[in-house]
Design a protein. Structure first.
Length: 272
């Protein structure tokens, strides 16, 4: 009987410790996940940072956002992209001006680009998202793209799709902006499963978020999935010859906890 009581106490302590860790520790364990991609044998390199699902809220404060910005700037990126969900619920945390001020402090070499996420349409965020991103120095891409010069006469294409849940993504229209002069092409989207619609694509790298990597991943269980993040949940995938990367995000959604899925900044070094 005493042995059973001891086992029960151990289970309670372990469970309580796991809950404490999930709510109080892991959401703050922001990792920089570094990846190297090779497009050619050329000597040029491009550093791209992907941020996703910041979910600014009472659980992801302006103070934490400021710390995130400082951490990103120390990585000295050439380009910063954001793949949607800036606010968790804007109506409950309406700090548009303050968020824009922080975003403006990001200073990559070539520019900042973003797309819409499903949360950017909800809670009144649809009214201010464009303005916040613009004031923060981001180019908000909505079924459009741009080709621009980078180092040593190389050119880069970045396109962005509208959110697939509350918006109207148009792949064909987005790729019309792609030019043959581009040495490398990147497509931003919020929901990763949209990548399956890009058959025989000329895109080299697709970047998505939305899934939070499941956010809570208990041992010996399948990862939790979201709408349009059921097939592609976290990390790299090959989709019709295109490389897809699904970011696990920075903030949290619905419950302010993470377990076995720490928040991430993704840093890609691309050899052009």
């Amino acid at each position: 009987m005493k042995k059973l009581v001891k086992i029960f106490i151990v289970i309670i302590l372990l469970g309580g410790g796991a809950v404490f860790y999930a709510f109080m520790i892991e959401p703050s364990l922001l990792k920089v996940n570094k990846h190297t991609l090779t497009a050619s044998k050329g000597g040029d390199t491009l550093k791209i940072i992907q941020l996703s699902d910041i979910q600014v809220s009472e659980n992801y404060s302006l103070n934490r956002l400021e710390k995130l910005i400082k951490k990103v700037n120390k990585l000295d990126a050439d380009i910063i992209v954001f793949t949607g969900d800036l606010f968790e619920n804007y109506s409950q945390f309406p700090y548009a001006t303050e968020v824009a001020i922080q975003l403006k402090k990001l200073h990559p070499k070539y520019g900042k680009y973003a797309v819409w996420g499903n949360r950017d349409y909800g809670g009144g965020a649809v009214r201010i998202y464009n303005e916040v991103l613009s004031n923060g120095g981001f180019h908000l891409l909505k079924n459009e793209g741009t080709t621009f010069p980078i180092s040593h006469n190389k050119k880069l294409f970045i396109g962005g799709l509208d959110d697939a849940i509350f918006g109207s993504p148009n792949i064909k229209n987005t790729l019309l902006h792609q030019t043959k002069e581009a040495n490398y092409s990147i497509l931003l989207m919020h929901e990763p499963d949209v990548a399956d619609q890009l058959s025989a694509s000329t895109i080299d790298l697709a970047l998505a978020g939305h899934s939070h990597g499941g956010q809570i991943h208990l041992p010996f269980t399948k990862r939790k999935t979201n709408t349009l993040a059921e097939k592609y949940i976290a990390g790299f995938y090959d989709v019709n010859g295109m490389t897809l990367y699904v970011n696990t995000g920075i903030g949290t959604s619905r419950i302010p906890a993470r377990f076995m899925v720490p928040p991430e900044i993704a840093l890609f070094t691309i050899h052009l």
